[in-house]
Design a protein around this ligand. Structure first.
Ligand code: ATP
Ligand code: MG
Length: 403
């Protein structure tokens, strides 16, 4: 088959339900696809590649002008774009008539059925001017495929291969292969969130889950040089880079907490160190998120209830006391195995388990409080000199990279 007749059909799920907003969701998805493909071009060094994207009757089609380029190479890029539920590599049939459809079925689909036990044909006639109705199209295509694949059975309930014929306004397409997409909503369709990203397993998963619901995310990472290394920061940047394959460009901020940590160590009880540090982290994140030039709607963390001493309900209450913006914790109800499974699926796990030094793990108390009381924590915190100065200096030194 000529590469030129190959096209990718992109199916989107939830967007279709969006009523009046649907057009804007589709537009955003289109832009995200263009960005993902631009990224692909830059990475592959093939700047001359030109993709044509069309939106028609609730799906998108992607074609490539270069007939030597195998369009299936970009399937892994597109299945990561949030909002796409499935990608079908399809053949485009020249001419809208049933004879051509049958010819193409023989040439393109028949070889795909070799060695298979069963198949079914499904036809969809979105172009109502086509003279045959869907069941008739399916029947004729099914017949010719059955005649040419002697050992195969027809199964219209649960076949090994579903063959689809789609007669649409912008062309006739046939396919027998489906790649599952990441699903969710297009990135940027649902607010802006600031993800507290450590180098661990949970926070990248938390970022993925919120981004999958359409939130445009940026990452904020806390360091503590020289106690934490540049390698640790780079590892976290790598994690943010993996997330950006799904949700497009990510801004990566880092803030150094060394002076704050040294003050906590100097002035406060050891068993309150982690709670106090986390209060600073959250406060700084809240300040950055709320500033006009950043303007985020919420914070996102990888906390999971009861996972560690700082994630008991008492600790969470104390750590977030006084924060006046929503905090999303999508991992809250997941146990570690579920989070790991997800991290493996999205491709962050391997990087997350590389050794790194997190600032939370520094000066870790031997017996951290698990049921801290707010009054007690504030008492400890108030021993620290010039809290506002510490916070201001940390915020002022913020670094930003764009991934
Ligand atoms: P992770 O959740 O990434 O696996 P963790 O399991 O070590 O990290 P904690 O140290 O309790 O969990 O942190 C809870 C949450 O706080 C993290 O999920 C993350 O959102 C945030 N966090 C922890 N350390 C950092 C850091 N160095 N920079 C930014 N956010 C952090
Ligand atoms: Mg965790």
């Amino acid at each position: 088959m000529h590469n030129k007749s190959k096209v990718l059909l992109l199916k989107y799920g939830e967007i279709v339900l969006k009523g009046l907003n649907r057009k804007s969701f589709e537009k955003l998805l289109g832009e995200n696809i263009i960005n993902a493909l631009r990224n692909y071009k830059n990475k592959s060094g093939r700047k001359d590649l030109f993709f044509k994207i069309e939106r028609e009757q609730s799906i998108m089609t992607v074609r490539c002008e270069d007939i030597n380029f195998d369009i299936e190479d970009i399937i892994p890029v597109l299945t990561k774009v949030f909002g796409i539920v499935a990608v079908n590599p399809a053949v485009e049939i020249a001419g809208k008539n049933i004879e051509k459809i049958k010819e193409t079925a023989l040439e393109y689909i028949s070889p795909m059925l070799e060695g298979k036990k069963s198949f079914g044909v499904f036809a969809k006639r979105s172009d109502k001017s086509f003279p045959l109705k869907s069941p008739e199209i399916a029947l004729q295509v099914g017949d010719i495929l059955f005649e040419n694949n002697k050992n195969i059975k027809v199964d219209l309930k649960n076949p090994e291969v579903w063959v689809a014929v789609e007669v649409r306004n912008n062309g006739v397409f046939m396919h027998a292969e489906k790649h599952r997409g990441a699903g969710g909503m297009p990135s940027g369709s649902n607010g802006r969130g600031l993800l507290l990203l450590s180098g661990g397993i949970d926070s990248p998963v938390a970022g993925y889950m919120t981004a999958r619901r359409g939130m445009k995310i940026s990452a904020l990472h806390f360091t503590s040089e020289p106690y934490t290394s540049e390698r640790s920061r780079e590892k976290t940047i790598k994690l943010a880079g993996i997330l950006s394959e799904y949700c497009g460009e990510i801004k990566f901020y880092s803030v150094c907490l060394t002076e704050i940590q040294e003050s906590i160590r100097k002035y406060c009880r050891e068993d309150y160190a982690v709670i106090l540090l986390r209060r600073f982290m959250v406060r700084i994140a809240g300040i950055i998120a709320g500033e006009d030039k950043y303007n985020y709607d919420c914070l996102i963390t990888g906390e999971s209830l009861g996972q560690v001493a700082s994630q008991t309900i008492e600790a969470v209450k104390v750590i977030y006391d006084g924060i006046n913006m929503p905090v999303f914790r999508p991992c809250i109800g997941l146990d570690k195995y579920q989070i790991i499974e997800m991290a493996e699926k999205i491709g962050t796990y391997e990087t997350s388990v590389e050794p790194y030094d997190d600032c939370c793990a520094l000066f870790t108390p031997r017996h951290p409080v698990t049921k801290p009381k707010l009054g007690r924590v504030l008492g400890e915190e108030n021993r620290i000199e010039d809290i506002q100065g510490l916070i201001d200096r940390a915020v002022a030194e913020i670094r930003c990279e764009i991934l």
